[in-house]
Design a protein around this ligand. Structure first.
Ligand SMILES: Cc1cc2nc3c(=O)[nH]c(=O)nc-3n(C[C@H](O)[C@H](O)[C@H](O)COP(=O)(O)OP(=O)(O)OC[C@H]3O[C@@H](n4cnc5c(N)ncnc54)[C@H](O)[C@@H]3O)c2cc1C
Length: 283
């Protein structure tokens, strides 16, 4: 899984499947169910850490289900986009057409489906702000069209269950000045470059904010900036990132996550909760 995750660690997956269309993914899920083979959905692998032993589940990756269609409305457009589409590319395509609403999420490295499941967000905006509907594949392999509202989502939380797959999303976007959009996106990119350790593999923010306070603050206060276990390191640049300095093992990263939680709790009495998902660590 090193090749399929931005943290660049992890052993093998049992199966990696690429459905080409809706009929294909429905048939796949039904067949896996019939054989009692557990499965998970993998996007761009930018929010997960897979154990060194790997995972027993079959992984379904919908990168081939990446259609994009815009339909004009009086004040902008509705975009229908496949769950496997890159979020960054989607935002670029919107900007080209002068369509705003997602620009603050520019450069989040995941897929549209992964972004919806995680309710990804940055600079005070979330993917759910402009999302009006999703096509969702359920555990039985049926695809259901669902309307959604921002209230259905929470901080890094969505109504998408662990065994469901976002096949596509519908976004209501507003017509705005292209130059303004480009300026906003450039600002977002520059801020990210300045504040995030983009030069090393990572899985983004490791911990969720606590009562509105970003987790980096607690990690910093606990004196853990630059703390290392093997090649897993609390980033010097942003203390809510754990970076892989080269040859980190998944077990080093998991041990570092535990160490940070213990230190923050013992020194500050605050319980940090992971934003990243750990796959394959419990047998
Ligand atoms: C450098 C860096 C910066 C980041 N910055 C941000 C940030 O600013 N804000 C932010 O919110 N996140 C950020 N992230 C984290 C990550 O990019 C987001 O959580 C992203 O939305 C994950 O998308 P993905 O496609 O990579 O999902 P994955 O990591 O592949 O999967 C994450 C979860 O989503 C599920 N999933 C994936 N695809 C689907 C699908 N089609 N249907 C249903 N479930 C699915 C998986 O099963 C898993 O539970 C950052 C990560 C990195 C590496």
């Amino acid at each position: 899984m090193k090749r399929y995750t931005s943290m660049r660690v992890g052993g093998p997956a049992e199966l990696l499947l690429y459905p080409v269309d809706r009929a294909d993914i429905s048939a796949m899920v039904r067949r896996l169910n019939d054989g009692a083979v557990p499965c998970r959905f993998l996007g761009n692998g930018t929010n997960i850490i897979v154990s060194d032993e790997g995972i027993r589940e079959a992984l379904i990756r919908i990168t081939k289900m990446n259609r994009l269609h815009f339909q004009k409305t009086p004040d902008g457009a509705i975009a229908e986009v496949g769950g496997g589409y890159s979020l960054k590319r989607f935002i670029k395509e919107c900007a080209k057409r002068g369509l705003g609403g997602l620009e603050k999420l520019y450069w989040i490295p995941g897929s549209v489906g992964g972004g919806i499941r995680m309710n990804a967000g940055s600079f005070g905006r979330s993917i759910s702000d402009t999302l009006t509907g999703i096509d969702l594949l359920n555990e039985r392999g049926e695809i259901i069209e669902k309307e959604v509202r921002p209230e259905d989502f929470g901080y890094r939380a969505s109504p998408v269950g662990r065994y469901e797959c976002v096949i596509s999303g519908r976004f209501r976007l507003k017509a705005v000045d292209v130059k303004e959009l480009e300026k906003d996106m450039d600002h977002v990119y520059q801020e990210r470059r300045k504040n995030h350790p983009m030069e090393y593999p990572s899985a983004g923010s490791v911990f969720k904010s606590v009562s509105g306070q970003s987790a980096w603050w607690f990690v910093e206060k606990a004196g853990l900036r630059g703390y290392r276990i093997g090649d897993a390191c609390v980033s010097e640049k942003h203390t809510n990132f754990i970076v892989n300095l080269g040859h980190a093992k998944a077990r080093d990263i998991a041990a570092l996550i535990e160490k940070v939680k213990e230190e923050v709790f013992s020194k500050l009495g605050v319980k940090l909760e992971e934003e990243v998902e750990l796959w394959g660590f419990n047998g």
